[in-house]
Design a protein around this ligand. Structure first.
Ligand SMILES: [Zn+2]
Length: 192
């Protein structure tokens, strides 16, 4: 079953801890506007980290089809994602662009955004998110090559004033045929 915020039951220990945290931050947890906040925060955080309970390789395998003819890039671009940086537990979000060149198998196109979502819904760093998506596709579909480009804004930099507002961080990782600069260029041109 797919987890949505409505199917989540608040973890009681989390609720108690958030109550304490809000108090420690100097707030009055008994004030009306905050009464249900610990429970809401617990649920929201459980939702934002739901990827721990999901198996991305199983998702890809659930729609794997034999395809021996097509040997060009399959590209899924502009995949929106929302994640949480593991250093500050603040959001980072943006777009992922993914290409692979099939060897024997293709996967349902809708499965690619699903696996991005599963890895993003964990405490992450952008570099590892990029690598895990690449590894998952490589290990499951065994393509001739896979490339992942992730562009993101990090609230932990923007809100804390560490970086210029709206600066984008780009990461990429690749295997196989994408080791050739020409193949990477073709992909980059197609996602621009
Ligand atoms: Zn951070």
């Amino acid at each position: 079953m797919r987890i949505t915020e409505n199917t989540i039951v608040a973890n009681e220990a989390l609720v108690q801890h958030y109550k304490e945290i809000i108090g420690l931050l100097g707030e009055d947890v008994t004030r009306e506007g905050l009464l249900k906040t610990p429970e809401r925060v617990a649920k929201a955080m459980q939702f934002l980290t739901k990827g721990y309970n999901e198996d991305p390789e199983a998702i890809l395998r659930s729609a794997m089809f034999k395809e021996e003819g097509y040997k060009q890039m399959v590209i899924v671009k502009d995949i929106d994602f929302f994640s949480m940086c593991e250093h500050h537990m603040l959001p980072f979000f943006g777009k992922a662009h993914i290409a692979y060149i099939p060897r024997h198998y293709i996967t349902g196109l809708s499965k690619i955004p699903r696996i991005v979502d599963i890895f993003a819904r964990r405490l992450q760093i952008q570099e590892r998110l990029t690598m895990q998506i690449k590894d998952c596709i490589q290990q499951t579909l065994d393509p001739l090559g896979v490339m992942v480009v992730v562009e993101a804004q990090h609230m932990c930099m923007q809100m804390r004033g560490v970086e210029k507002q709206n600066s984008l961080t780009t990461t990429s990782d690749f295997t196989g045929f994408f080791q050739q600069a020409k193949t990477r260029e073709e992909f980059m041109n197609l996602i621009r």
